[in-house]
Design a protein around this ligand. Structure first.
Ligand SMILES: C[S@@+](CC[C@H](N)C(=O)[O-])C[C@H]1O[C@@H](n2cnc3c(N)ncnc32)[C@H](O)[C@@H]1O
Length: 337
């Protein structure tokens, strides 16, 4: 049954499914605002014993169960009308504005194909409905701000432009369902804006979503470490929450690739988790980033947060600003070629 939209996401098939997902979203709010806060408070007063504290087990178990409930609820509700949703993807491919390129014979790298990211069954690329699923799932994850693109739009409106003001081409790396891609086009309507992602279901859904919104952007299934664009092609390359989802060795290749395809004076803008001191993580950092790595489908998270990422950027880029927005929920690194 078509129940319209929740923001730009396709609404759950039945009212009862929507109510269930609202409940799951509320559980997440409760866990993050109450249980996690209580855990951090206990950790500050009993730093040595954090692993032994029952509240850590409660926080982690609740976090994982809530994620599992979220994916189950989202998948079940869309599965009820799978054929219709797949027909929508096919139909959008024949429509504009914009276009989508993807390859049924695309070979996914092992480091990617083996991961059920944030416990999403089959990861980003296995389920043909993965884009729909990710969209509604992240509505729950971002507690309501992701079905309306608020998270992406706020960051992009804070981002700087190159010093000379020239913005002819923008690349959104690992664009998933294209929410940042369309937000860049809204900010720079005269620029040619590309979104690339490894996953075919993601770029297909991203295109459908952009067509529905009437926004003219190009989506393509490509790897961030091997984009196939010419040297000096883009004025801005943007990566929102990509780096913690790839091994460090691949991350190094992505930094070098971004440098290659940016023109001199162009900006590489990266929004991702803050780095921690690998020699002295705080107890809360240990619990949160450790749990993400071992139990929440983020196997490269610890590798990323303990990497001197800014130091690596500085090897290639002329200047690197560590936390451009100072104070947004994740830091924005800005590197100038
Ligand atoms: C958390 S999502 C990114 C969110 C997105 N940037 C946004 O603005 O909403 C991570 C995305 O990275 C993609 N991805 C992971 N590794 C990749 C790679 N090596 N190349 C391209 N995309 C990749 C995944 O398919 C997934 O869609």
């Amino acid at each position: 049954m078509d129940r319209g939209h929740l923001g730009t996401a396709v609404a759950p098939t039945e009212r009862d499914d929507e109510s269930y997902l609202d409940f799951v979203e509320g559980l997440r709010v409760f866990n993050m605002s109450k249980v996690q806060a209580a855990m951090a408070e206990r950790a500050a007063t009993e730093p040595g014993a954090i692993d032994q504290l029952p509240i850590v087990a409660s926080r982690n178990r609740l976090y994982r169960s809530q994620q599992e409930m979220m994916w189950r609820g989202v998948i079940e509700t869309y599965r009820k009308r799978q054929d219709e949703l797949l027909r929508e993807l096919d139909a959008a491919e024949r429509r504009g504005p914009g276009r989508v390129e993807w390859d049924p014979a695309f070979v996914y790298p092992d480091y990617y194909a083996q991961v059920n990211y944030h416990l999403q069954p089959g990861g980003y690329a296995t389920d043909p409905l993965a884009g729909y699923i990710y969209h509604l799932g992240t509505k729950v994850f971002f507690t309501g701000r992701n079905n309306t693109d608020d998270v992406q739009r706020q960051l992009i409106n804070l981002a700087p432009a190159p010093r000379d003001g020239q913005v002819r081409r923008i690349l959104d790396l690992a664009c998933s369902i294209g929410q940042s891609t369309t937000a860049w086009k809204e900010r720079f309507p005269n620029a040619e804006v590309w979104g690339i992602d490894a996953s075919a279901p993601m770029v297909r859904y991203a295109h459908k979503r952009a067509v529905d919104l009437g926004i003219d952007v190009i989506f393509s299934q490509r790897l961030a470490e091997e984009t196939k664009f010419p040297d000096n092609f883009f004025d801005i390359v943007y990566a929102f929450i990509l780096f913690h989802e790839i091994p460090r060795a691949v991350g190094e290749r992505v930094v070098q690739e971004a440098h290659r395809i940016l023109r001199p004076g162009g900006l590489f803008i990266v929004v991702d988790a803050r780095s921690i001191d690998p020699q002295a993580p705080t107890p809360t950092q240990q619990v949160i980033w450790g749990f993400e790595t071992t139990d929440n489908g983020e196997p490269y998270m610890w590798e990323f947060v303990t990497w001197d990422f800014n130091g690596y950027l500085r090897r290639f880029f002329r200047t690197v600003v560590d936390d451009y927005t100072s104070g947004s929920f994740l830091p924005m690194r800005v590197a100038e070629k």
